[in-house]
Ligand binder design. Structure first.
Ligand code: SF4
Ligand SMILES: [Zn+2]
Ligand SMILES: [Zn+2]
Length: 297
């Protein structure tokens, strides 16, 4: 098949748009969508310091690389990377190596902070003594620590590597749970007390295209799977959406586009954010989830 822009051999077929692209035109298409979203939602503005959550996996690696490509020539925008080491033996060491390699190659400052330093315990140790699922513990603690480090670094935005598939899954999960408050908090541009504003520049890029972009640019991406991986409901939703996308190409974009329209008329989240009585971090209840999970009651 030929690229629809230049007639060279195509490397990708986008069923949802019926387009074939060669390598340079595919890369151009991905970067165009990201620049469009950054502009449309005012994700990154003049004079900002943007912290990028870098796990070493494909999404965050591609995110860091693309933001560097877009903003490298802009002296008024500063990029800095943060990696959280949860303390997952046999997994995190390898992804950390990839993250360090990339930030060194691109010359981007890099802060690594561990659960052990932040909370005095590794995820492995916590999982062994807690009844909660590993991903619940990991998600809550990582979000807390990422926000804290981004704030310490003076960042005005925290960029995370959620792609189109992640966004479509989260939207549908929130609809199915009837969790409108969480849905509202997903809207781009929501500001909350003590929380560095999160931005998702890859929200319009399908997961497969993020992976292909990483491959075509020879990025050092770790393909290791976390030994705890597997959030049951999300896996079910992923399968439903992927099956539906095969039969009805464009479903993921429809979910995201529909959400954006609803979000624009939904108003702010009802939940008030306060300071946690134990640790002072932002929380929707008197004692934050991190403190409750760590047993600081
Ligand atoms: S799969 Fe779960 S435990 Fe592993 S890094 Fe992701 S959230 Fe953490
Ligand atoms: Zn082409
Ligand atoms: Zn707390």
């Amino acid at each position: 098949m030929k690229c629809q822009r230049c007639n060279k051999a195509a490397v990708v077929f986008q069923k949802y748009s019926n387009a074939h692209f060669c390598k340079p035109h595919f890369i151009e298409d991905v970067e165009r969508k990201i620049k469009r979203d950054i502009r449309k939602f005012g994700m990154i503005k003049k004079g900002e310091r943007v912290a990028i959550a870098l796990s070493g996996g494909k999404d965050s690696t591609v995110l860091l690389y693309i933001l560097h490509r877009i903003f490298n020539e802009r002296p008024d925008i500063e990029l800095t990377a943060i990696t959280i080491d949860e303390g997952i033996k046999g997994y995190r060491e390898n992804t950390l190596e990839h993250a360090i390699k990339l930030t060194c190659e691109l010359g981007i400052s890099h802060t690594i902070r561990s659960f052990k330093e932040g909370f005095g315990i590794t995820l492995d140790e916590l999982v062994a003594k807690e009844k909660h699922a590993a991903c619940t513990l990991c998600g809550v603690l990582r979000k807390n620590l990422l926000n804290k480090v981004a704030r310490e670094l003076g960042a005005s935005k925290l960029a995370i590597g959620h792609n189109l598939d992640d966004e479509a899954q989260t939207i549908l999960m929130n609809y199915l749970r009837g969790d409108m408050d969480r849905l509202k908090r997903m809207s781009p541009g929501i500001t909350q007390l003590g929380l560095v504003m999160r931005i998702k520049p890859l929200r319009s890029i399908p997961e497969k295209e993020v992976a292909l972009y990483g491959l075509l640019n020879d990025l050092p991406v770790s393909t290791d799977e976390c030994p705890y991986a597997g959030e049951a409901l999300r896996n079910e939703i992923r399968e439903i959406i992927n099956n539906y996308e095969v039969r009805h190409p464009g479903t993921k974009y429809s979910l995201l586009g529909g959400f954006d329209e609803i979000a624009s008329i939904m108003g702010p989240p009802a939940t008030q954010i306060v300071r946690c009585e134990k640790c002072g971090e932002p929380s929707s209840v008197a004692i934050c989830k991190t403190c409750r999970l760590l047993g600081r009651l």
